[in-house]
Design a protein around this ligand. Structure first.
Ligand SMILES: N[C@@H](Cc1ccccc1)C(=O)O
Length: 478
């Protein structure tokens, strides 16, 4: 029978005692009682020892209990003050009478008759007195503590003791002479050089025992996918841009030629903030575009454009608000840029909609780029992300023409819509002095991550569900 080193030590120690308290064994084995109890349970599983749990009551006097242990219980003090008999009226004037009278009667120490208390011929010790004396003397050897506990004179603690006893099987094994030397788990350099390792009992390596799983720190699975997308775009020759979370209504809507009083602004339910934003130089060109088409052949939306509306602030509802700013500061081609940004919308939250999520936003500007290049790019991107079937549906966005919604095929789900794309309208580019075609897209990257990770619920990406994170394979791209 294979025994662990600790079981051997325990058995050898028990061999001397037969049976012993775990805390005594612990002292002798230089460990703590909890460890001994644990080893004992393991050895008990092999039938070598028996473990008994004993619960003992321990009594301790309260302050009041201590005073009575010294001076006698109230009923004793009062009864001793009675000489034969006493009118109740007088007896009740004793300072302890209130407590004492009931107990004296219960003990049959007095009999009350017509208002007179008569003392019994003999006043034997009461059970409470006997228990009180024992406890005061430090003895715990009593069946119970009478009424002392309910009288508030003692407190009772449960003391758990583990008694470990060697069984006949354990005794036989010990007598058969088990090797009691402790097992060596690791050898030192010296043991190997000197050859003394030959005298060691080596711990057997068990291939059958499953090792404890360890969970080292690792990047969040979603973070890995974001990094993968970033690397992929950088490899495709894009540069990265970013911007503020709080945007002016101007950049989020007006600069993208979204009419001020048009349901198109409600396409994305917005978090508005009580904060006034400053408009960039040249904002008048955007106003002119909205009112009459600016310097283009467009007629604009007509009506009066309201500057104060544009000065409102919002949590960016899409990262297209960043694209147009990036273009405004980089109006010269060629330009290939992307951003991975969190955006915010007032959504009712469900498994596929959250109020915050990430978008992969991108723009390509160059002489002669066309809608076909855009479709080609989107196809290529999704292929590289592992989606082999991509298709495009015609769509509408106020800032692009033509516009599409790319969809990818996911087994079990069918075609899944992942965002929008298109060629920026002249009404968008002209106010910022951009005179080349701009391809633009905004793709829901958290949806892509959800599909890639096989999740049914978008919320899982953002919850720190430790079991999911632990069990999701993770690797670093090198
Ligand atoms: N901004 C759009 C996506 C989009 C970006 C760029 C061009 C066209 C569409 C959205 O959030 O849904």
């Amino acid at each position: 029978m294979e025994l662990t080193a600790n079981e051997k030590r325990l058995l050898a120690e028990l061999g001397k005692h037969g049976s012993a308290d775990a805390s005594i064994l612990a002292d002798e084995l230089s460990t703590d009682a909890a460890a001994v109890v644990q080893w004992a349970h393991l050895a008990a599983g092999r039938g070598l020892v028996q473990v008994n749990r004993e619960v003992k009551e321990e009594y301790q006097l309260t302050e009041e209990g201590e005073a009575y242990a010294r001076d006698g219980l109230p009923e004793r003090q009062v009864v001793e003050s009675i000489d034969g008999e006493i009118p109740m009226g007088e007896l009740s004037r004793h300072p302890l009478a209130k407590v004492a009278i009931g107990w004296m009667r219960k003990n049959n120490w007095i009999v009350i008759d017509h208002g007179i208390a008569r003392k019994a011929a003999a006043i034997p010790e009461s059970p409470d007195e006997i228990a009180l004396e024992k406890i005061a003397a430090g003895s715990m050897d009593l069946d119970d503590c009478g009424e002392l506990k309910s009288r508030g004179l003692v407190t009772v603690h449960e003391q758990v003791r583990w008694i470990i006893e060697i069984t006949p099987a354990g005794r036989n094994l010990l007598n058969a002479g088990i090797d009691l030397r402790s097992e060596a788990g690791t050898l030192t350099r010296e043991q190997i050089l000197s050859g003394s390792w030959r005298n060691e009992v080596l711990r057997r390596y068990s291939l059958a025992t499953p090792p404890r799983r360890i969970y080292p720190g690792k990047p969040h699975p979603y973070r890995l996918i974001l990094d993968e997308v970033r690397t992929l775009l950088l490899e495709m020759g894009f540069s990265e841009f970013s911007g503020n979370i709080v945007q002016s209504v101007f950049w989020n809507f007006d600069a993208l030629f979204q009419p001020q009083d048009h349901p198109a602004r409600e396409m994305q339910d917005t978090f508005y903030l009580e904060h006034t934003s400053e408009l960039p130089d040249g904002w008048e060109k955007v106003r002119d575009m909205h009112e009459h088409g600016g310097e283009t052949s467009s007629t604009g939306w007509g009506g009066a454009w309201d500057k104060t509306k544009a000065e409102g602030s919002v949590l960016r509802t899409h990262s297209t608000a960043l694209s147009i700013q990036y273009l405004a500061t980089h109006p010269e081609p060629p330009l290939k840029a992307f951003s991975l940004s969190r955006v915010y919308r007032r959504e009712s939250i469900d498994p596929t909609h959250l109020a915050e999520f990430e978008q992969l936003e991108g723009i390509v500007m160059d002489e002669g780029v066309t809608f076909s290049h855009l479709l080609g790019f989107l196809k290529e991107f999704y292929h590289r992300m592992g989606f082999s079937d991509v298709r495009f549906r015609p769509a509408y966005f106020p800032y692009t023409e033509p516009s599409v919604e790319p969809e990818v095929w996911v087994d079990g789900l069918g075609w899944v819509e992942l965002g929008g794309a298109g060629v920026f309208r002249e009404e968008v580019t002209s106010p910022f002095g951009i005179s080349y075609p701009v391809l633009a897209w905004g793709l829901g990257i958290s949806r892509v991550a959800m599909l890639r990770l096989g999740l049914k619920d978008l919320r899982q990406l953002y919850k720190s569900d430790i079991d999911w994170i632990r069990n999701t394979p993770s690797y670093r791209r090198i």
